[in-house]
Design a binder for this molecule. Structure first.
Ligand code: ZN
Length: 257
């Protein structure tokens, strides 16, 4: 049984017995792991707030080599996810955790993905900005994650023949082929949706610039269209629909006080 130090994001926590918890951690060094946190629910737990959902913490884990759970020996809080005035930002944070869980395998380190996740969680924590920014930020994160895991949708060229795709009122977007299709290649393809020029232009901007989410204006209809595309595309990549994707569509324009 080897002891490992790692930086971890808490992406899931379920009770185990009266006082313990099984936490799913996405760590920078060891990838995703599930560990037993003994006594996590005790009033004076050694883990304190380090195991709150979406927290980043430094952990010491005893790794088991069989199918049994790893054991969490220590967890020291580094950043706690706090809700600001934006309910949408909290929902987005929960969705980030589900996305990380769905896109990663146990014990497969992906430091670039970890860094991207840590960055967005820091931005969403205590977030008090407008709903539009949260909406754009989560789409930019989805595009970034898809790039990191090797499933970037093509947005500028035909996914099949590589012809450049000019912006026209409607463009074919193929879920199975991984992006836009020219009219010639579109024929006979399955799982193809039609994307508006505004939605495709927004996707291109968000995929191209890491900071565009701060200023881009996504109208309600374009946002709804983008959510349908991203959720469906991710469902093809992951193999199932992500449950919390529906939360991103909720009209949580109101602030939380
Ligand atoms: Zn083509």
């Amino acid at each position: 049984m080897a002891a490992e130090n790692a930086t971890a994001i808490v992406i899931r926590a379920v009770p185990f017995s009266e006082t313990s918890s099984v936490v799913t951690l996405f760590t920078r060094e060891c990838g995703k792991l599930r560990a037993l946190a003994k006594g996590a629910w005790r009033p004076k737990s050694a883990f304190d707030a380090a195991l709150d959902l979406l927290s980043t913490c430094q952990v010491l884990v005893f790794r088991k080599h069989s199918d049994s759970l790893d054991v969490l020996a220590e967890a020291r809080l580094e950043n706690r996810f706090r809700m600001g005035t934006s309910l949408a930002a909290f929902h987005a944070g929960m969705y980030v955790a589900e996305l990380l869980d769905a896109l990663t395998a146990d014990g497969d380190p992906q430091p670039e993905l970890f860094d991207a996740a840590q960055k967005i969680l820091l931005e969403l924590s205590c977030f008090c900005g407008p709903l539009e920014q949260v909406r754009a930020r989560i789409i930019s994160f989805e595009l970034e994650v898809l790039r990191i895991v090797g499933h970037s949708p093509t947005l500028l060229r035909c996914a099949e023949c590589q012809t450049r795709i000019e912006l026209t009122p409607r463009t074919a977007f193929a879920m199975l082929d991984g992006g836009t299709l020219c009219p010639k290649c579109r024929r006979g393809k399955r799982s193809v949706v039609s994307v508006s020029a505004d939605a495709l232009a927004s996707l291109r901007v968000l995929a191209h610039s890491a900071t565009a989410w701060q200023t881009i204006v996504l109208g309600d209809s374009v946002f709804t269209e983008l959510r349908a595309i991203m959720s469906t595309y991710l469902a093809y990549v992951v193999g199932r629909r992500l449950k919390l994707a529906a939360l991103l569509l909720s009209p949580s324009r109101g602030a939380v006080h």
